[in-house]
Ligand binder design. Structure first.
Ligand code: SAH
Length: 228
């Protein structure tokens, strides 16, 4: 999987994507990325990429002519995504769809300021994507969230094989059960007996029941979603 990342802050990459399982997958070629520095396409020697809003109002907008040239410089853009609070909210089901074809290329446009000129979204048929109901100061963190969530569910990225990605929150139709490891007693606190029993059937039932309870309490919306 390949990502073209358009940003005015190239130094933010690979950032968190260079560490852990996703960093290893970058090193072994499971995924790759190119940075396109939007400032290279600025309209003047000061590196300007933004301008005031037509219609007035505070805050600057990234210019269509600059972004258009930056996008045209990408040889194989694949699907173009603009990170924006107005897009559909990313979830695990969407992540699975994004990685359905591991040879896919995504071009990721990281906004800054108040956002980008609408004509870019219209002319390039761009998909908007949000990572949650809050406002970030730029799309770079959103791009890293997107890449991380995609890459970690790609085959061979996690050690435990595909098991460790299908057994997680959202993938199991709800939230994960409580996790425990050694020591079995810590500050007088015991690990639930059933987990030490070696009885796989009972362990599975206990986990399912814990998962259901936690999901019902914290995220009843997920249960409704599964019933759809
Ligand atoms: N004026 C915009 C917010 C701009 S925030 C509005 O009211 O909707 C600046 C940039 O940060 C955006 O262009 C976008 O690329 C990124 N961004 C902010 N919040 C985001 C979110 N929740 N999801 C994805 N990208 C976001």
């Amino acid at each position: 999987m390949h990502f073209n990342i358009l940003t005015i802050f190239p130094e933010l990459f690979p950032g968190t994507l260079g560490a852990g399982v996703v960093g290893r997958a970058l090193n072994n070629g499971t995924w790759s990325y190119d940075i396109i520095n939007i400032r290279d396409f600025s309209i003047n020697n000061y590196g300007s990429v933004d301008d005031v809003q037509f219609g007035g109002g505070s805050g600057m907008v990234m210019r269509a002519d600059v972004l258009g040239k930056a996008l045209d410089s990408v040889k194989n853009p694949g699907k173009i995504i603009y990170f924006s609070p107005r897009g559909p909210r990313l979830n695990q089901k969407m992540v699975r769809e994004f990685i359905a074809n591991p040879n896919e290329t995504y071009t990721l446009l990281c906004g800054r300021y108040e956002g980008i000129d609408q004509r870019i979204i219209d002319v390039y048929n761009i998909h908007e994507l949000s990572i949650g109901d809050y406002i970030l100061s730029g799309g770079e963190i959103a791009a890293q969230v997107f890449i991380d969530s995609c890459v970690r569910v790609m085959d061979n990225v996690l050690h435990g094989g595909s098991e460790s990605t299908t057994n997680e929150s959202f993938e199991i139709g709800g939230l994960e059960w409580p996790l425990y490891t050694r020591p079995s007693v810590w500050r007088g606190q015991n690990v639930p007996e059933v987990l030490l029993s070696g009885h796989h059937g009972n362990i599975e039932r206990w986990r399912k029941q814990q998962s259901d309870e936690i999901t019902k309490e914290r995220r009843p919306d997920l249960i409704k979603e599964n019933e759809k």
